[in-house]
Design a binder for this molecule. Structure first.
Ligand code: DHB
Ligand code: FE
Length: 279
């Protein structure tokens, strides 16, 4: 049977991708960040998942206001990096796992989560930056990837609670897949940040750290946080944190924390990472 071997939460700041692509990771601005995330490289090398389910949001790249799926899953065989204005990132194409993706789709929909099914999908920094953080710069990504894309761009995004419940359904879906594959789930985005408007540059370290502590040890307590609190406390783009709750819902209520790291600033943003295993 398929087995969930762990979860990674990580911000997906595009400047991190640019720093990796341009060989700047050892520069003074970037070194503390890349030193802090180093344990994820060692962890992934150890556990080597066959498949990574990457929960991310599309930033008006593949989807725009003409079509806004709340929850979408990529069932294609390959997903090219999207050109976000500076040419596509020089990273390998993302190879999918159509058989598992269709299984997850069927299981999730029959379990009450009406996924949008996407065959033709390009992926932006929301998905490719986490892969680069975790795997570095390989010739080919060493895992198959299933993109699970969440609307956090256009109000109303799904609630944190709904995301957590989707994660629980995702766990059931993974564990009902007969082939013997190992799976890791990535929850991406956040931490506190606001990219535009009067509060641009907002970073709320205290709130982020408290949220991370709850995320690891008492996730059910985060489920009552509504959109207004995320916006007020973490800025307009801090709402991306609801995507981490999908990963957390997929994990056991009680987890082993392998690594936690928080760093400010990365670009205009707070950066957070956790690595979890089921206890
Ligand atoms: C930025 C963009 C993001 O999508 C994000 O999650 C964090 C930061 C940025 O443009 O700096
Ligand atoms: Fe983002």
């Amino acid at each position: 049977m398929a087995r969930l071997i762990g979860g990674i939460g990580t911000s997906h700041v595009p400047a991190i991708g640019a720093a990796i692509d341009r060989g700047k990771t050892q520069e003074p601005y970037w070194k503390p960040l890349f030193d802090g995330v180093r344990p994820v490289r060692d962890w992934i090398e150890q556990v080597r998942p066959d498949v990574c389910i990457v929960i991310y949001n599309d930033h008006a790249s593949r989807f725009d206001l003409s079509v806004i799926p709340t929850f979408a899953i990529g069932v294609g065989a390959e997903f090219a990096p999207h050109d976000e204005g500076y040419g596509p990132r020089p990273v390998p194409p993302v190879v999918g796992d159509p058989a598992l993706a269709w299984h997850l789709t069927e299981s999730l929909i029959l379990d009450g989560f009406d996924m949008t099914i996407v065959s033709d999908l390009t992926v932006d920094h929301g998905l490719t930056v986490p892969l680069s953080l975790v795997y570095g710069q390989p010739q080919a990504w060493p895992c198959r990837v299933i993109p699970l894309c969440v609307n956090v761009i256009q109000y109303p995004p799904p609630t944190g609670e709904r995301c957590y419940r989707l994660g629980q359904a995702l766990r059931r879906a993974i564990e009902s897949y007969a082939p013997d594959v190992t799976v890791a789930v990535f929850g991406t985005g956040g931490m506190s940040h606001q990219l535009q408007g009067e509060r641009a540059g907002l970073i709320n370290r205290e709130y982020d750290l408290r949220w991370l502590e709850g995320f690891v040890h008492a996730p059910e307590e985060l489920l009552k946080i509504g959109h207004a609190e995320y916006l007020r406390e973490t800025g307009s783009e801090g709402i991306e944190l609801v995507m981490w709750l999908i990963m957390r819902g997929a994990m056991d209520p009680k987890v082993r924390e392998i690594h936690r790291f928080y760093h400010v600033p990365v670009s205009n943003t707070a950066y957070g990472m956790v690595i979890l295993e089921n206890d």
